[in-house]
Design a protein around this ligand. Structure first.
Ligand code: F3S
Length: 390
């Protein structure tokens, strides 16, 4: 791998231990994937922020980097943590709150924004063609496919290293030749709602592995529906992008049809509960957009959450601030708009939640293992009908 003079000096430790460690992580990664150089990035997004998934061991590493003056050189954002401090924080043991706080403190010392969201593109929409080092898989697929930016699916440590160096190895999704579709997918029947887009993603991830699909039949899809597709595709497969209606010059390129029954089967497979009642009705995986918050507010205005049902709507503080009036309507109806957190990496079992109803295929895919919960996957409207009376 070719390094500039300054990169070499960083590698040799002339700019301190934190920069040296991070440069070494990036060079090692680049060598693994035959990258020939590092390229500048406009932002980095780090996952693995929740204490539930991170555990104790990496906290010391984060502290050492921060003590050694590791500082982000580009816009650097963080994925959600394990609870929303104002509401769930009070219900959890002190040691969990303290550990989570310590993790966030280290990132802040290194110059990360306390964004705590899996939709960093609502804070700063990256320009098409810009290079990023993002680690949240749903955001990676969305950035490559919907925004036209370029990022590999980073791990937590490589995104952190990229933030501190301000560069990433030039391979994979950063190169135009790797962004061409390798399979054509025809969706036979128009998809009806965001949940069916998620089910399509789950199905495609399972059958395509890391092939890049050009998907035909998604006319007029909203960005929110494509967000569900992105999150689900990344859950079951290794593809880091999809294209829409792209032609391929490749001769003999493989083609697959997705029939209505494939979507139905994927939806059914993601609902594991035998009854239609849930302890928690959860919206906001990935975190809600302003438009989704508006939709929830218009459905629940003047209604009340049913007794013994929790309703959580997860989003970022950034969206919450911009949607203050809608947030008031939702909270008046008895639901909780929760910033900063991801339900999948939160402590739902500890809160006595054993059945989760959601409109997110990604949540329905992970909740049985990560939350030990039964799932019911239905569109937003049905989620809200179940959670609210009036
Ligand atoms: Fe976001 Fe958590 Fe879903 S990080 S994409 S809410 S699993």
């Amino acid at each position: 791998m070719h390094l500039t003079r300054e990169e070499e000096q960083t590698y040799d430790g002339e700019f301190g231990w934190a920069n040296q460690v991070c440069m070494r992580i990036l060079v090692r990664l680049g060598e693994l994937f035959n990258a020939t150089k590092l390229i500048p990035i406009s932002s980095a997004h780090v996952s693995g922020v929740s204490y539930k998934t991170l555990g104790d061991a990496p906290i010391e590493f984060l502290k050492s980097l921060a003590d050694a003056d590791g500082k982000a050189k580009v816009k650097a954002t963080l994925n959600p943590q394990s609870f929303s401090p104002e509401y769930l924080g009070k219900k959890l043991p002190k040691n969990i709150r303290e550990k989570q706080f310590t993790i966030l403190e280290q990132f802040e010392r290194m110059g990360f924004t306390r964004s705590l969201t899996c939709t960093p593109y609502y804070l700063h929409r990256p320009e098409a063609g810009s290079h990023l080092a993002w680690a949240e898989s749903s955001a990676v697929v969305y950035a490559n496919s919907v925004l036209g930016a370029r990022t590999n699916r980073e791990g937590g440590p490589s995104a952190l290293a990229a933030a501190i160096i301000g560069k990433t190895p030039d391979y994979g999704m950063h190169k135009a030749e790797n962004r061409e579709p390798t399979i054509l997918v025809n969706v036979e029947k128009p998809l009806q709602n965001e949940t069916e887009f998620g089910a399509l993603g789950i199905h495609l991830g399972e059958i395509l592995g890391d092939k890049i699909p050009s998907i035909h039949g998604l006319k007029n899809a909203s960005e929110d529906s494509l967000k569900q597709l992105s999150a689900a595709l990344a859950s079951t497969g290794m593809a880091n992008m999809f294209r829409r209606d792209a032609r391929s010059e490749k001769r003999g390129i493989e083609k697959v049809n997705v029939e209505a029954r494939d979507i139905k089967r994927a939806m059914e497979g993601l609902s594991t509960a035998t009854r239609q009642e849930a302890d928690l009705v959860f919206i906001g995986c990935p975190h809600c957009s302003l438009d989704e918050i508006k939709q929830v507010a218009s459905h629940v205005e003047g209604k009340k959450v049913k007794p013994r049902t929790e309703c959580w709507v997860c989003t970022s503080r950034h969206i919450m601030r911009n949607a203050a009036d809608y947030v008031k309507i939702i909270e008046k109806a008895g639901a909780h708009v929760l910033p900063d957190m991801c339900t999948i990496v939160s402590w739902t079992e500890m809160l006595g939640i054993s059945t989760i109803m959601t409109n997110s295929a990604k949540t329905a895919y992970y909740a049985p293992t990560l939350n030990k919960a039964k799932t019911i996957l239905v569109p937003l409207e049905e989620c809200l009908k179940t959670a609210f009376k009036g």
